[in-house]
Write a protein that binds this ligand. Structure first.
Ligand SMILES: CC(=O)SCCNC(=O)CCNC(=O)[C@H](O)C(C)(C)COP(=O)(O)OP(=O)(O)OC[C@H]1O[C@@H](n2cnc3c(N)ncnc32)[C@H](O)[C@@H]1OP(=O)(O)O
Length: 212
C-alpha cells in the first residue's frame, strides 16, 4: 500500500519509523508546509500539503502525523477524504485486544496497551507505553501521551489530551478538548474545554477552541 504522511516533525518521524520497520507499506511522500517546493529524497516526494491532490491515487492511504489535536482535526476536515483513505498504524510491540475497535487514521505507538472492548475514535494518538483499559470510549482526535493510563470504563470526548504519565481512575469522563497535565491524577469528571492539573486535578483554565 502506498502511504502519504502529512507532517514532518517529531511525531511524524516516530510514525515514519513505525511504517518503515514493518515493510508492509511504502511511503511515497511526506508533505509539510515547511517545504515551499517539491523535491525528492530517499525515494520519497517532499512537498507542501497542497501537493496531496496531485499525488493522491485511489490506492493511496494517508496518515495525518501531526501531534496537535486541533491542527490534526483542521487538516483532516480540510482534506475531505473518506475514512477508508486513512491508514491506522499499530506498532508490532503494542498489545491491542481483538475486541477493541480502532478508528481509521489512529496511531498506536510502541508498547501501548489497548484492552478488551475499548473503542478508540479516528485520528487518535495512543502514545508510547500508554494504557487504554477495558471498555474505554475515546473520541476522535484525542491523544493519550507516553505512559498515560486510562483505567477501566473511562470515556473521553473529542480532542482530549492526556499528558504524559497522567492517570484517570475508572469510570471518569474527560470532556471534549480537555487537557490533563503531565503526571496528574484525575479522580472526578473533567468538564469539556478545561485544563486540569495536579494530583488530584484542579481546573486551571477554560480552553478556547475554534469550532468547525
Ligand atoms: C512524545 C511526546 O512528547 S507527547 C507530548 C506529551 N505532552 C505532555 O505531556 C505535556 C502536558 N502538558 C502539561 O502538563 C502542561 O503543563 C499543561 C498543558 C497542563 C499546562 O500548560 P500551561 O497552560 O502552559 O500552564 P502553566 O505552565 O502556565 O502552568 C499553570 C499552572 O499550572 C501548574 N501546572 C502546569 N502543568 C502542571 C502539571 N502537569 N502538574 C501540576 N501542575 C501543573 C503550574 O505549576 C502553574 O501553577 P501556578 O499557577 O500555581 O503557578
Amino acid at each position: 500500500m502506498n502511504v502519504i504522511i502529512l507532517g514532518d516533525g517529531g511525531h511524524s518521524r516516530v510514525i515514519q519509523e513505525m511504517i518503515f520497520c514493518c515493510e508492509e507499506h511504502k511511503v511515497t511522500a511526506i508533505l509539510d508546509d515547511k517545504y515551499d517546493q517539491r523535491f525528492q529524497e530517499k525515494g520519497m516526494v517532499h512537498a507542501p500539503i497542497s501537493y496531496l491532490v496531485k499525488l493522491f491515487r485511489y490506492d493511496t492511504k494517508v496518515v495525518v502525523a501531526i501531534g496537535g489535536n486541533e491542527i490534526r482535526r483542521k487538516i483532516v476536515q480540510s482534506l475531505r477524504l473518506l475514512p477508508k483513505h486513512y491508514l491506522t498504524v499499530i506498532h508490532p510491540t503494542a498489545v491491542v485486544s481483538k475486541s477493541a475497535r480502532i478508528g481509521n487514521g489512529t496511531v498506536i505507538m510502541p508498547n501501548a496497551v489497548v484492552n478488551a472492548n475499548a473503542n478508540i475514535g479516528m485520528h487518535c494518538i495512543i502514545n508510547t507505553g500508554a494504557v487504554v483499559e477495558h471498555d474505554n470510549v475515546i473520541g476522535d482526535y484525542s491523544h493519550v501521551s507516553p505512559n498515560g493510563t486510562l483505567a477501566g470504563n473511562v470515556t473521553a470526548g473529542e480532542g482530549v489530551h492526556v499528558g504524559s504519565s497522567a492517570t484517570v481512575i475508572p469510570g471518569k469522563h474527560l470532556g471534549s478538548w480537555s487537557v490533563i497535565g503531565a503526571g496528574s491524577t484525575v479522580i472526578e469528571h473533567i468538564p469539556a474545554y478545561s485544563k486540569a492539573v495536579g494530583s488530584p486535578t484542579r481546573i486551571i483554565e477554560r480552553i478556547l477552541i475554534k469550532e468547525k
